[in-house]
Design a protein around this ligand. Structure first.
Ligand SMILES: Nc1ncnc2c1ncn2[C@@H]1O[C@H](COP(=O)(O)OP(=O)(O)O)[C@@H](O)[C@H]1O
Ligand SMILES: [Mg+2]
Length: 222
């Protein structure tokens, strides 16, 4: 019954950096099959929040539960396994390996789930064909939109139940942004995962089932 486990549940989460509280007492739910957008200007703590949800930053106050597993106090190795098994991540610039082809970038991630190199290569080719990316082009030579579509394909390689996206369209022009957003927001509908996307772009946030704004007093509905 794993599909019924809520992808993300956050209660009373606070985060401070030296000299400043970034957010306090934050509650957030991402349900299976739904997309939630977090809006906030640069420097408001969006990336820090995502790092915390990934178990990459210690949790000072509050609780974060990813696919039924509490992050606070979770040993690093278990947090790492949880990310590998259940979470997909898309970054602003794709964070692809430029010397590998698009297909190789996705296959490297697919290997972790599938184990077998030829199965991983087939899965990568199928995913890129679905997203309209030329598989044999070096990642460093892809256009911005192709790079982000590859990054989405890579994030999905482990069939995650939670996908986190950090400004995934931040470096794209408007037409390409809409293209990538269309693909990304289609993911929870087609796979049943939960999607949490942080963005400073209201037109991207408007595609989500729910949009909230990150401020020092937590999350406010917009
Ligand atoms: N480890 C840290 N030490 C000090 N300041 C930090 C640390 N991590 C993040 N910050 C600060 O927190 C603020 C929020 O950063 P960030 O989460 O990257 O914002 P956003 O992604 O919304 O642009 C920034 O001012 C950043 O300099
Ligand atoms: Mg950021």
């Amino acid at each position: 019954m794993t599909e019924l486990v809520q992808p993300l549940r956050v209660r009373g989460l606070s985060c401070a950096v030296p000299g400043r509280t970034l957010f306090a007492n934050l509650d957030l739910d991402v349900e299976a099959g739904s997309a939630v957008a977090i809006l906030g200007p640069s420097g408001s703590g969006k990336s820090t929040l995502l790092s915390t949800l990934l178990g990459l930053r210690p949790i000072e106050r509050g609780d974060v539960t990813v696919c039924g597993t509490q992050l606070r106090g979770l040993p690093r190795a278990k947090a790492s396994r949880l990310r590998r098994d259940a979470v997909g991540i898309v970054f602003q610039d794709g964070a692809l390996l430029p010397e590998l082809t698009a297909a190789e970038n996705v296959a490297v991630a697919a290997m972790m789930t599938l184990g077998d190199p030829s199965a991983a290569a087939s899965a990568a080719d199928a995913a890129l064909a679905k997203f309209g990316v030329p598989p044999d082009t070096l990642a460093g030579d892809l256009s911005g939109g192709e790079r982000q579509r590859t990054a989405v394909a890579r994030a999905l390689a482990n069939e995650p139940r939670l996908v986190l996206a950090d400004e995934p369209t931040g470096s794209l022009d408007h037409a390409t942004r809409d293209d990538v957003a269309e693909i990304l927001f289609g993911v929870p509908r087609s796979t049943g995962c939960g999607l949490l996307i942080v963005t400073h772009d209201p037109s991207v946030a408007a595609r989500a089932d729910r949009a909230v704004r990150l401020g020092s007093d937590g999350l406010v509905a917009v």
